[in-house]
Design a protein around this ligand. Structure first.
Ligand SMILES: [Zn+2]
Length: 108
């Protein structure tokens, strides 16, 4: 197993969420059609896009918090019980705030 670089992983994750959020904002900003029936369909589509945008922004927030923990040395420590977060879990979810046991107990 290659060594895990949380900083690079968080950077990659941040870029991914940023790209996604920007693409969604772009789609939401596209010109509305004048046709009423089409507008109704667009509104539904907007709801889906807004939900995806909220998700991407929540991801950006989590990555930001993980970067702060990296800076203050608490990265990789469960924010609830204070135990180390499993390395495999951090590799899969670099912005994870909780260890597996705590995340299982209270899913976010
Ligand atoms: Zn924990």
């Amino acid at each position: 197993m290659t060594s895990f670089d949380p900083r690079a992983a968080l950077d990659g994750l941040y870029d991914e969420y940023s790209r996604r959020a920007n693409a969604i904002r772009h789609d939401l900003g596209l010109q509305r059609s004048a046709d009423f029936a089409e507008q109704a369909g667009e509104r539904q589509n907007d709801e889906v896009l807004n939900a995806l945008l909220v998700e991407a922004e929540a991801g950006l927030r989590l990555v930001g918090l993980a970067r702060l923990r990296l800076a203050d040395g608490s990265y990789g420590t469960c924010q609830r019980c204070g135990e180390m977060i499993e390395p495999a879990r951090l590799q899969a979810l670099p912005a994870a705030e909780f260890c597996l046991a705590c995340a299982d107990r209270a899913p976010l």
